[in-house]
Design a protein around this ligand. Structure first.
Ligand code: BG6
Length: 296
């Protein structure tokens, strides 16, 4: 399989198909600057993004499963058609489905572009009776990673969905991490009965379990990782909300695929449609984008 993928979609020096953990097929992207990314076909899951100097920007738990039917704990889980709990498996089925490679290329400016797709199959139809087409395009630049996420209703009845790019950022120390840009935004506290409040902090800091949905939020926030002296800009378009999550001590202990001591090294800043579902009529397409940019 890897050889066939390499022959069809490999690009010398830029896109290489390799066996990931437990032999799962992955694509390794290499930008001319030395920046890199790794994407598993399982879940269209980006598990690594590295700077030209080789610094890793994404967190992946050492306890993560890498197995068909199981989500990967870290990187960017792609969530569809249900964010969180509900009738479907938690966070939907996209993150536990096998995606297909659609295309690969190198853009004029040198960005490495790859696109993966997923559409309905007997397993998804058994859970959720709707034909759909998802596409995730990733573009790797010298100091940026751009994700272009699309969902289309290819069936004959309308459907509603929620979705997300559930990104786990690696930080040196969560107690020395700040998130800026959400002051004045309504947040839903999922740890306190979904109470709605306005965020009053200019700098959001972390000293306890945190699980907020920031509703209809601005399209740009800044993640400051003081321990690594890094600033990462997160920009979104077509996606109204963010979720900001850190499991802290007790919840870490309850998660079998997450080390008890790992919570200080990660923060999820997720972009998507989480607060309320969006509806696609037959033939309609939804598109949301997210860009991560190193500022320092
Ligand atoms: C976040 C939710 O998006 O995902 C949290 O807000 C949840 O409540 C977290 O715990 C992780 O979910 P999962 O299914 O990957 O363990």
């Amino acid at each position: 399989m890897l050889q066939a993928l390499q022959e069809r979609f490999g690009i010398e020096g830029a896109v290489t198909f390799v066996a990931g953990k437990n032999g799962l097929p992955t694509m390794a992207l290499r930008h001319a600057s030395g920046a890199g990314a790794v994407i598993y076909l399982h879940g269209a899951h980006v598990t690594s993004w590295t700077t030209p100097k080789g610094e890793e920007l994404f967190f992946v738990s050492r306890e993560s499963r890498f197995a068909p039917g199981q989500p990967i704990r870290g990187g960017i889980p792609v969530i569809f058609p249900q964010f969180g709990g509900g009738e479907l498996p938690q966070h939907g089925f996209a993150r536990i489905s096998e995606w297909a490679v659609l295309r690969t290329g190198v853009a004029e400016g040198g960005e490495i572009t790859v696109a993966l797709g997923l559409h309905e199959n007997p397993e998804t139809l058994a859970m959720w009776p709707h034909p759909f087409a998802l596409e995730l395009e990733a573009r790797l630049g010298e100091r940026s990673l751009h994700l272009d996420y699309r969902a289309q209703n290819t069936g004959s009845e309308a459907f509603a969905f929620t979705c997300a790019l559930h990104t786990y950022f690696r930080v040196a120390d969560i107690r020395r991490t700040a998130l800026l840009g959400l002051e004045g935004v309504t947040r839903i506290d999922t740890l306190r009965d979904d109470i709605r409040e306005v965020e009053t902090r200019r700098e959001i800091r972390f000293d306890q379990e945190t699980d907020f949905i920031y509703e209809s939020a601005p399209d740009s926030v800044l993640l400051v990782d003081e321990g690594n002296a890094r600033k990462l800009r997160i920009e979104k378009a077509g996606m109204p909300d963010y979720v900001v999550w850190n499991p802290w001590i007790e919840k870490s202990r309850r998660m079998p695929d997450f080390g008890d001591d790992e919570y200080p090294w990660m923060l999820c800043v997720e972009t998507g449609v989480m607060a309320r579902p969006t509806t696609l009529r037959p033939g309609e397409q939804w598109k949301g984008t997210t860009t991560f940019r190193m500022e320092a």
